[in-house]
Design a protein around this ligand. Structure first.
Ligand SMILES: NC(=O)c1ccc[n+]([C@@H]2O[C@H](COP(=O)([O-])OP(=O)(O)OC[C@H]3O[C@@H](n4cnc5c(N)ncnc54)[C@H](OP(=O)(O)O)[C@@H]3O)[C@@H](O)[C@H]2O)c1
Length: 267
């Protein structure tokens, strides 16, 4: 954990990350939260844990984590630039804001990590892709890794352009899985199950399979093969899902569309 930290924007993502960091051993006395209108829960958390909330004129910290909405960057930047010292690492989770965008708005920022977390980060099961620019030292990268790993797994990227692909795979990915639950439930209803039963079964199946993946490092393909007896019911379904026009080309098209859109939204 870094020696000191300033969190700018304590909304859904920022607030969840802060809780994870405090759990992981971040020193509350060396933590500052800036948010003009914090939720009651966040104000209470800061009060309970001894985190300074909106102190007047806070000094730059070792790490500044930026977790405001991307569209708020232009308005926030002039007030933030003086919160960045020569040795401050800027960690941004702003979707679509490149390192160049960030440095353009915050000229004091030299070392920058751009990260793309996803929704399950809010419960410590996130998947985050991260890119560090050339000014990030080994120590700063280790700090960023510790901060991001407090909300789940972290994949470091060699090329910032890969962030759009990360957005398309893990950033937007939870929605694809939620859709899987919806479509599995619908198919169950059409197969003759009462809607409430189909919905509960589909949800628990996806959650259970996810928990299994979490608990067991066996590759997904091997887990799939392990539950597929030759000539059995699972094999019959997989023959459809794995057909030439099945799930693989569909997922490829979906991910390509999200990646394209991430590129369009950047800037
Ligand atoms: N949620 C996700 O799953 C997810 C996933 C990946 C990336 N992200 C990124 O995370 C960032 C935050 O998303 P979110 O869902 O957490 O949004 P959010 O809940 O709206 O949180 C943003 C917070 O920042 C505050 N804020 C606005 N301007 C500020 C300023 N100048 N200084 C300090 N605080 C300020 C907001 O206050 P007000 O409400 O008063 O404006 C709000 O509390 C976004 O950039 C998003 O791209 C989120």
């Amino acid at each position: 954990m870094p020696a000191s930290l300033m969190l700018v924007g304590a909304g859904k993502m920022g607030g969840a990350m802060l809780e994870g960091w405090l759990e992981a051993g971040l020193d509350p006395a060396a933590t500052v939260v800036l948010d003009p209108a914090p939720s009651e829960t966040m104000a209470q958390l800061c009060a309970d844990r001894g985190v300074a909330l909106n102190p007047p004129d806070p000094a730059p910290a070792a790490v500044l984590v930026l977790a405001i909405k991307p569209q708020g960057l232009d308005a926030a930047a002039p007030g933030l630039d003086r919160r960045i010292g020569p040795d401050t690492l800027l960690v941004s989770v702003l979707a679509g804001k490149t390192v160049a965008d960030l440095r353009g708005r915050l000229p004091a920022a030299r070392a920058v990590v751009r990260a793309m977390p996803n929704l399950p980060a809010s419960i410590g099961h996130g998947a985050t892709g991260a890119f560090a620019n050339g000014a990030v030292s080994e120590g700063q990268r280790a700090s960023a890794d510790a901060l991001l790993a407090a909300s789940g797994m972290v994949a470091w990227l060699d090329d910032e352009a890969m962030i759009d692909a990360v957005t398309a795979v893990s950033g937007s990915g939870p929605a694809y899985v939620f859709l899987l639950v919806e479509t599995l439930a619908q198919a169950g209803i059409e197969a003759g199950l009462p809607p409430a039963v189909a919905t509960r079964l589909a949800r628990a199946t996806v959650a259970g399979a996810g928990a299994l993946l979490d608990a067991d490092s066996t590759e997904a393909g091997a887990l799939r093969q392990a539950v597929t007896s030759p000539g059995g019911t699972t094999a019959a379904a997989l023959q459809v899902l794995m057909a030439e026009d099945g799930m693989a080309p569909l997922m490829r098209r979906a991910v390509a569309a999200a990646q394209r859109r991430a590129g369009e939204l950047s800037g």
